[in-house]
Design a protein around this ligand. Structure first.
Ligand code: ADP
Ligand code: MG
Length: 371
């Protein structure tokens, strides 16, 4: 008798979902990105018991159309991408159509949603574990979408136990990521709160609907942090060995020649005179075309330059790398936090020399108001 058999669909779905949604941070990342993709200008994150009991993300975005109720939580159904070629011109955070379907498989999940034209009459959507729509019932709801995720990982007992054991640390990690979305999103009001059992709701942080990232940084980290920063506005030019800047990768092999690549680095960094005492992960934030991501090599390079001016501290960094979408690949990991920069070495060299010049010209006096 053959011993190799296909895993049943339900188990495959659960295994794959556990790779998309790995922890509290990934739940919040996916939901906040969906709200931003829906063009929300207000996003409210409400956690109960640090997210263990409930995670609610409410936005005032465009809402979900009734025609999409059946497919909204099905795996690989997305309104953002229809073919691989679209990846090069992607202007949304999501594109894999996996988050909502994974949350269905891993939690008690439902949605309420209403569009502008629905008035205050929205719909409450319930789903099966597979993501199939179970029911759509009338429910009072303001314009936008609220996603409810209760008892996350209730059917993955080992993962649930781990989360319960480390919940304070996981909550801290999730907040760090939310800071990044809140700081980079201009014109979007964020509010994040937590309510512990029978306790009062505590606001962890909030931003106003600011017009500049520096105002967001002030809301999240305080005015004192901002005073210690200098503006980053660098223009890096390098020769790229990667193919031409076309919307499609089709012609790469025939046309791959050297071309110049321009990268703008916009944001804020500590003046060398004020660093952060230690390297706090929440104090170094990187973005590629406004997408929060991890750039460990870039962080290392900036820290090295900074060290020449301040030996004992590391800088606060808020740096958005603006570049052609063909210069990197976001489809490396399901969470899209890892970004592959095609010309990393050239970029790091150029960044280091440009940053050194900036620090050489930076005003090294301490502002009066921080003395
Ligand atoms: P993806 O973001 O990769 O498309 P998701 O599973 O996160 O996949 O979401 C599936 C689809 O559900 C999205 O493409 C979008 O059309 C819709 N959607 C999800 N969240 C929201 C929201 N907050 N507001 C409006 N539409 C949403
Ligand atoms: Mg998404």
């Amino acid at each position: 008798m053959a011993t190799i058999k296909a895993i049943e669909d339900r188990s495959v779905h659960q295994i794959q979902s556990g790779q998309v949604i790995v922890d509290l941070q990934s739940v919040l990342k996916e939901l906040v990105e969906n709200s931003l993709d829906a063009r929300a200008t207000s996003i409210e994150v409400r956690l109960k018991n640090h997210g263990l009991d409930a995670i609610e993300v409410q936005d005032n975005g465009k809402g979900i159309a009734p025609e999409d109720f059946e497919t909204v939580a099905l795996k690989h159904y997305t309104s953002k991408l229809s073919s691989y070629d679209d990846l090069n011109s992607l202007d949304t955070f999501g594109f894999r159509g996996e988050a909502l379907s994974s949350l269905c498989a891993l939690s008690n999940f439902h949605i309420t949603t209403a569009r502008e034209q629905d008035g205050a009459v929205g719909k409450k959507l319930d789903f099966e574990l597979s993501g199939k729509l179970k029911s759509a019932s009338v429910s009072a709801a303001p314009r936008g979408t609220t996603i409810f995720v209760e008892n996350i990982f209730h059917n993955l007992p080992v993962r649930r136990k781990e989360l319960e054991k480390n919940i304070k640390r996981e909550y801290g990690k999730a907040l760090n990521l939310l800071y990044q979305y809140a700081c980079i999103s201009v014109g979007v009001r964020f509010s994040v709160s937590n309510q512990v059992l029978k306790g009062k709701k505590v606001v962890a942080f909030s931003t106003q609907s600011n017009t500049a990232t520096k105002e967001n940084i002030t809301n999240v980290f305080g005015a004192k942090t901002l005073l210690a920063l200098t503006k980053l506005d660098l223009r890096l030019e390098m020769i790229s060995s990667v193919g031409p800047s076309t919307q499609s990768a089709r012609n790469w092999s025939t046309q791959a020649t050297n071309r110049s690549l321009e990268v703008q680095v916009q944001g804020h960094i500590s003046k060398p005179i004020f660093g952060e005492g230690r390297q706090a992960p929440d104090r170094q934030m990187f973005f590629v075309n406004s997408r929060p991501c991890q750039l460990p090599q870039v962080s290392k390079a900036i820290n090295e330059v900074y060290k020449q001016f301040n030996v004992s501290q590391t800088p606060f960094i808020f740096a958005n790398f603006v570049m052609d979408t063909s210069a990197y690949d976001v489809n490396v990991s399901p969470d899209k936090r890892t970004i592959l920069l095609h010309d990393q070495t050239a970029l790091l060299d150029s960044l280091k020399s440009t940053l050194t010049q900036l620090f050489e010209q930076t005003d090294h006096t301490i502002p009066q108001s921080t003395l």
